[in-house]
Design a protein around this ligand. Structure first.
Ligand SMILES: Nc1ncnc2c1ncn2[C@@H]1O[C@H](COP(=O)(O)OP(=O)(O)OP(=O)(O)O)[C@@H](O)[C@H]1O
Ligand SMILES: [Mg+2]
Length: 508
């Protein structure tokens, strides 16, 4: 059977899905020879007076948007081949899945949810700057590509439809599911960019908890809650979420638009600050406590909600010696370093029983320290491994002499080592990786510049000094007193956030 062709140009190749307003197809644009997505709207809509002109007007406005987070609108038209004018919209074809599909697998890791919502807010910043309000932000209208980038689809459609719905039902409610409808949409009042921010608050809520803020047996019950109820704070459903994330959602979900974030940029800033206060998601390998747990992180929520709505955080008592098993990639790398050091100490890769004993000591102490800090374990365990590799490196001055190009190479390795050491010292979250890189670059450079006796001496000094410095830094960061509250404007009611371990966060 031949594929249907709309407007003598768009060949409908495959049906991608069916929504409340029509059907979406993957199509081939014969004129520009590219793949596009075509959304055909139900023919009943075309029977509504003025619908087509409204639809075209909104689609033309949406076509002005040009942003990587927005599925571009290419064309709009109507096909009369079936006897009735069937409106259709041609847009950029997005390869990926909708967030509603992603949500079938449950809530997202907090960092990913914040990243996705941050991207949606970036797209909305752009559209709001062009005075275009989406009005139907929901998981089915956000597509996630394999690269992790998102695209918001259906710009311009909801507005045209809500105008029709307003005339059909007396309100603009007939559009979409009620899970994300802002109170002003339910009341049929004016909408503006803050209506989208309400929906983004609902989206963030669902991505973090796996359910929308309000659920009920009927659309009416859900709408009633949008108008009157306060949402259950997401941290009650997912205890590892910090109060700063609750604060962002509560602010976005205010019934009164004036109390929400002023614009998408303000919400994005608040969200990214709140996300920094969220402990990183675990990965399945055994290791030490998250170094940020227990550290005080300022929640630069641009203008948090009033104090009666958002519980402000309370500094939890820090116990620097507390051991928590939390699998991380950094812990796995530290564990690998311990195993390699152990293997080296047991083998005859290196001459000299002193080095074997040092490698054994490094392996054992790395394993013990791993219970406390993966970063510190990396600082100890990878030294002997890198030393053994440097010994067999071809970049040894005794073989190649003072050739300028090798001197430059060794100098650059030295500079890289210094930068890696600084990064390893400063980065409390993933500094272990930088420290592994430090050992390899530093020891290779050392082997070039120093003679035999000195290089072994310097290696032992580094093997003692670097873990001591990192250990002192870890201890300091875990016993640091709560930092003062950064003021964030007249509503700065949430002073700072305690990124405590899952289930142990408390609020002041
Ligand atoms: N631009 C696009 N590129 C690729 N696939 C798309 C595109 N737009 C929509 N789709 C796919 O088509 C499906 C149906 O989209 P559609 O917008 O009709 O449904 P919906 O968003 O669930 O409902 P609504 O009608 O309320 O918007 C989506 O779930 C998505 O998989
Ligand atoms: Mg849609």
């Amino acid at each position: 059977m031949e594929n249907r062709i709309l407007g003598q140009r768009y060949e409908l190749v495959e049906q991608l899905g069916h929504g409340g307003m029509g059907t979406v197809y993957r199509a081939h644009d014969h004129r520009l020879r590219r793949t596009v997505a075509v959304k055909t709207l139900s023919a009943e809509l075309a029977l509504q007076p003025e619908f087509l002109s409204r639809f075209q007007r909104e689609a033309h406005a949406a076509a002005a948007l040009n942003h990587p987070g927005v599925a571009t609108v290419h064309d709009v038209g109507e096909d009369a081949s079936g006897g009735v004018a069937e409106p259709y919209l041609v847009m950029e074809y997005v390869e990926g899945t909708t967030l509603s599909h992603v949500l079938k697998g449950g809530a997202l890791p907090p960092a990913q949810a914040a990243d996705v919502v941050g991207q949606v807010l970036e797209a909305l910043e752009h559209s709001h700057r062009h005075a275009i309000v989406h009005r139907d932000i929901k998981p089915a209208n956000v597509m996630l590509a394999g690269t992790g980038r998102i695209k918001v689809v259906d710009f311009g459609i909801a507005k045209a439809l809500s105008e029709v719905a307003t005339r059909l039902t007396g309100t603009g409610v007939a559009v979409g599911t009620p899970a994300y409808l802002a109170p002003e949409q339910i009341k049929g009042g004016d909408t503006d960019h803050r209506t989208d921010l309400y929906a983004v608050g609902c989206l963030l809520y669902e991505l973090l908890t796996g359910r929308p803020p309000y659920t009920g047996d009927s659309p009416f019950s859900v709408m009633h809650q949008h108008l009157t109820a306060d949402p259950v704070p997401p941290s009650r459903l997912r205890p590892e979420l910090p109060p700063a994330v609750d604060a962002v959602i509560v602010r976005a979900l205010h019934k009164d638009r004036a109390d929400r974030f002023a614009d998408a940029a303000a919400m994005r800033t608040a969200l990214s600050a709140a996300a920094r206060a969220t402990p990183p998601a675990p990965v399945p390998t055994p290791t030490a406590r998250d170094p940020r747990a227990g550290a005080v992180v300022p929640a630069a929520v641009a203008s948090p909600a009033p104090p009666d709505e958002v519980p402000a955080p309370r500094p939890a008592r820090r116990r620097p010696g507390r051991v928590v098993f939390r699998p991380t990639a950094e812990g796995a790398v530290a564990l690998l370093g311990c195993l390699l050091s152990l293997v080296i100490s047991r083998s005859d890769v290196m001459e000299g029983s002193a080095f074997s004993r040092v490698a054994l000591l490094a392996a054992v102490s790395g394993g013990v320290l791993l219970l406390w800090s993966a970063r510190l374990a990396c600082a100890v365990a990878w030294g002997p491994v890198a030393e053994a590799v440097a010994v067999f490196s071809e970049l040894a001055r005794s073989y190649i002499g003072w050739d300028t190009k090798y001197v430059i190479l060794a100098l650059m390795l030295g500079v890289a080592a210094a930068l890696c050491l600084a990064a390893g010292y400063r980065d409390e979250r993933a500094g272990g990786f930088a420290l592994v890189a430090f050992w390899f670059t530093a020891l290779t450079a050392l082997w070039f510049f120093l003679d035999d006796v000195r290089k072994v001496g310097v290696f032992y000094v580094l093997l003692l000094g670097v873990p001591l410095a990192i250990g002192a830094q870890v201890l300091k960061s875990r016993t640091r007193p709560p930092s003062p509250v950064p003021s964030a404007g007249p509503h700065a009611a949430v002073p700072h956030v305690e990124a405590a371990p899952a289930g142990r966060r408390r609020a002041r």
